[in-house]
Design a protein around this ligand. Structure first.
Ligand code: UDX
Length: 494
């Protein structure tokens, strides 16, 4: 392992090793959790794969810029070889390439690192290991070292609860699907009323990985294995809060011995650091490029009217077909409303060049296209009226924390569950149908910005923002869960 921080004398601090998966949706919340535990007096070793670490360094002027006033003598970054090369990142199969490369190359390196850390006189004794839910291989070594291992499940509690029941869906014969027609013949609308803590959901609201006719489907099996892995952990950390998902959290307590709900995790950092820290550490381009993108976004947003802009982003891994891209593009254009759209490299084959010719001309003065932005800052801007999102959980929580209503177009995994809850239970969301059509995009955008439904969603979004603020405030549920987590982690090892 490449240890990037100078070795320090042994200190009597509790020592948490946090292991992330290297995509923005996993890395961002894990870094936030690291910041939180560090603020509670923990020595942190943050383990990334080399690929993730390179991205982190590239997108930040320096590690100091990342952590500002946090004391780096008790926070260090470590990377382990993952064997990911440039060619793995090309083409539609890149996510699987990354996954397989990590699974092939990282377990041994990680085991070695943990053993080394545990016996090193230069760092405090290991107190706990916290893994991302996609990193399902450090348990053996954690057991061997006698160190508790907790899982940070970075989706919603309802998303997790649905995932936990995929095995039961298979057992009861709902999954795999009998044939392809089940995708379109209404079968996915079958009500699922027996998952504890979850109401008003259908088969289609459960992780997209159940939409297969193959019992041995890779994603289906992975989904079940990740859930099994989490179930055997000594504790579960979530980026949600009691006021938002209390019913599901209560039901989850039947499955996990210890649950810590720290959401909205960004708000908790703001509370603890005493300022509105809008750090989004994972960037796709270089520092300079992205500073320039941030400046363009800020300037453009300043020129827009309050609450008038549609912010469009589909997260860090969702992909669109060229047809879907064109439907969104023309739907937005025809809405006549200003929009800021993140068209990241890889979103669609051909990148930003794949946008329909004439779109920029047609929407001149009211559209801004960027490759990546500082989402926290953009969502905080008063010009933003609505967020057109894929419903990734980080995006949703970032939007909730800022009181921005959402238009959801889920793409895969937990995003369907998040979308259902946003529209049906939390009241701040509207949905765009799976087969996206420009007419519907136009209609929903106008309704969300100016219609009655939009008014209702804005009201709800502001209520949720206030609830999120209260959860993160001193004595709020997320604030006290953080203190409980810090306390339990030190108790578990003694
Ligand atoms: C993944 C899964 O796809 C999602 O289903 C799951 O809920 C979380 O993990 P991802 O698809 O990348 O995540 O979406 P999301 O959870 O929204 O995370 C994206 C992150 O990238 C957010 O923290 C967002 O702020 C950040 N981002 C996105 C930027 O900083 N800039 C951008 O331009 C776009």
């Amino acid at each position: 392992a490449q240890i990037l921080q100078k070795k320090k004398k042994k200190m009597p601090l509790p020592h948490a090793v946090l292991i992330t998966y290297p995509t923005a949706g996993q890395l961002n919340p894990m870094l936030q959790l690291a910041q939180l535990l560090h603020s509670q007096g923990f020595y942190i070793t943050f383990v990334n794969t080399e690929f993730g670490y390179r991205q982190l360094l590239r997108g930040n002027a320096s590690l100091d810029a990342l952590f500002g006033r946090f004391n780096r003598s008790s926070f260090r970054f470590v990377s382990i070889p993952d064997g990911i090369c440039e060619s793995d990142l090309q083409g539609p199969g890149y996510l699987l390439n990354v996954w397989f490369s990590i699974v092939r190359n990282c377990p041994a390196a990680l085991h070695e690192l943990l053993l080394e850390l545990n016996s090193s006189p230069d760092v405090p004794r290991l107190t706990c290991i916290i893994t991302n839910f996609l990193v399902t291989f450090p348990r053996d070594v954690a057991d061997r070292l006698g160190v508790p291992e907790l899982v940070f499940w970075t989706t919603s509690a309802c998303g997790l609860m649905a995932s936990l029941h995929v095995r039961e869906l298979v057992r009861r014969g709902y999954v795999p699907l009998k044939d392809e027609s089940c995708l379109t013949n209404g079968y996915l609308d079958t009500a699922i009323d027996w998952i504890p803590g979850m109401k008003d959901i259908r088969l289609r609201d459960i992780s997209s990985f159940i939409r297969t006719t193959d019992r041995d489907d890779f994603y289906l099996k992975e989904e079940m294995e990740e859930a099994d892995y989490a179930l055997k952990s000594q504790g579960l950390i979530l980026n949600t809060f009691e006021g938002m998902e209390g019913e599901v959290l209560d039901a989850l307590r039947g499955f996990f011995p210890r649950i810590y709900a720290l959401g909205a995790i960004g708000s908790l950092i703001d509370q603890i650091s005493g300022s509105a820290a809008t750090t989004t550490p994972m960037r796709l381009g270089s520092w300079d490029e992205e500073e320039e993108e941030d400046r363009r976004c800020a300037e453009w947003l300043e020129a827009q009217q309050r609450g008038s802009v549609v912010y469009v982003s589909f997260g860090s891994i969702t992909t669109l077909t060229r047809d879907e891209l064109a439907e969104f593009a023309w739907g937005l254009a025809e809405s006549g409303r200003p929009f800021l759209w993140v068209v990241r490299p890889g979103l669609v084959e051909g990148g930003i060049e794949a946008l329909p010719g004439g779109l920029v001309e047609e929407t001149k003065g009211r559209s801004l296209l960027v490759k990546w932005c500082h989402q926290g800052k953009v969502l905080s801007h008063p010009a933003i009226g609505v967020f057109l999102t894929h419903g990734g959980w980080n995006s949703m929580m970032e939007s909730v924390a800022r009181g921005v209503p959402m238009i959801c177009w889920p793409g895969f995994a937990d995003q369907y569950t998040n979308c259902r809850y946003a529209c049906k239970h939390w009241g701040f969301g509207m949905e765009i149908e799976e087969e996206v059509r420009r007419g519907q995009v136009t209609e929903v955008v106008r309704e969300a910005l100016e219609g009655e439904k939009g008014e209702e969603m804005r009201k709800k979004a502001m209520e949720w923002k206030e609830k999120a603020r209260r959860a993160a405030a001193e004595d709020g549920t997320s604030f006290t869960d953080l203190a409980r987590l810090a306390n339990d982690l030190t108790q578990l090892t003694t």
